[in-house]
Design a protein around this ligand. Structure first.
Ligand code: NAD
Ligand code: ZN
Ligand code: ZN
Length: 337
């Protein structure tokens, strides 16, 4: 099978011909039809984060396709099922995190495209218990970005703890953010979009954002305070450390900022401001299997769809290069005919 493989951090991925893997007990083999390219794949390929993947690794955690083979003892998935293979490849199922509904925090978890081979390949092996079933009516191309980006922002927006009618900022209108605008609108929030690129903001407006702010041209925190007295919540998906501090400044008292983006680095927090205005700041990492089934169901119900740019596996290096240097509206999705 053809696969794109990270063999050295920061170097182009190698396009290799590898044997088709065999599913073990409890596993399934998925013939990949579409595979979204997440900014996390770029972080992985560059070794951006302190916890680096062991090389070589096939990245990709938004693969969708048909199950073509099942291992022993698989009962929940059948050959022919349309499934997605998420970031959470598997968790232990027994620890406090797993037992309390936080399997995404399991210390023994394995991550697709990071700890185990991911979806930048014609076939991928998945744990049958962790694949998502794709609802009817969503094709492979548009389902792929929901498996990470859609799930992550669905969960992140739940963590904002806002109510219908509240003002919620989506900071960063990339692959995650343009889906966040749609999920936030579906949840009944009034959506403010911020980015540094006008084409992204135009897309956000067309998807339901009622206010858009170019953070390159105006100070978004000052602008939001002048217009509406501060936002109730924010979801930061921007790949920029500056955006995180700005989001705290956008809050009205009692607001909640949820951090989704993971640019390497840190930002400083004004303690007095955080305490006196009782601002909550919390990280959020992907979502559980239950979150994923809800995120997919809501997408099917409310017609939430990514803007996609289909591409071929052979162009993966050009895509990653582009992603690092200038923003692309929507999500690039690799297609496997
Ligand atoms: P992307 O490249 O598609 O989008 C990033 C967006 O940030 C772009 O639109 C860019 O213009 C915008 N941006 C850059 N600087 C900005 C600024 N100062 N203010 C506002 N916007 C700014 O990336 P993506 O695939 O959407 O991923 C975003 C981030 O989320 C990455 O760091 C990725 O690793 C992370 N991520 C986290 C999770 C999680 O579970 N927490 C899941 C998936 C991705
Ligand atoms: Zn991702
Ligand atoms: Zn566990």
């Amino acid at each position: 099978m053809k696969a794109a493989v990270v063999t050295t951090f920061g170097a182009p991925l190698e396009l290799l011909d590898l044997p088709i893997p065999t599913p073990g007990a409890g596993e399934v083999l998925v013939r990949v039809r579409a595979s979204g390219v997440c900014h996390t794949d770029l972080h992985a390929a560059r070794g951006d984060w302190p916890d680096k993947p062991a090389l070589p690794i096939i990245p990709g955690h938004e693969a969708v396709g048909e199950v073509v083979e099942i291992g022993e003892r698989v009962t929940s998935v059948a050959v022919g099922d349309r499934v997605g293979v998420p970031w959470l490849h598997r968790a232990c199922g027994n620890c406090e995190a797993c037992l309390s509904g936080w399997e995404t925090l399991c210390p023994q978890q394995q991550r697709s495209g990071y700890d185990v081979a991911g979806g930048f390949a014609e076939y991928v092996v998945a744990d049958a218990a962790y694949v998502a079933h794709i609802p009817h009516g969503i094709d492979f191309l548009h389902a792929a970005p929901l498996i990470c980006a859609g799930l992550t922002v669905y969960k992140g927006l739940r963590m904002v703890d806002a109510k219908p009618g509240d003002w919620v900022v989506v900071s960063g209108i990339g692959g995650l953010g343009h889906l966040a605008v749609q999920y936030a609108a579906a949840m009944g929030f009034q959506v403010i979009a911020t980015d540094i690129d006008e084409t992204k903001l135009d897309l956000a407006a067309s998807l339901g954002a009622t206010m858009t702010i170019n953070a390159k041209k105006v100070d978004p925190a000052g602008y939001i305070h002048r217009q509406i007295g501060g936002a109730h919540g924010a979801l930061v998906t921007a790949v920029s450390t500056a955006a995180f501090g700005q989001a705290l400044g956008m809050m009205r008292p009692g607001g909640t900022v949820v951090l989704n983006g993971v640019p390497p680095g840190s930002f400083s927090v004004n303690i007095y401001d955080l305490v006196m205005r009782a601002i909550t700041m919390r990280g959020s990492i992907v979502g559980t299997r239950h979150d994923l089934s809800r995120a997919l169901a809501l997408a099917a119900q409310r017609n939430i769809r990514p803007t996609v740019h289909p591409a071929d596996l052979s162009s993966i290096n050009a895509i990653l290069e582009k992603m690092a240097n200038w923003p692309m509206p929507g999500r690039v999705v690799l297609e496997f005919p």
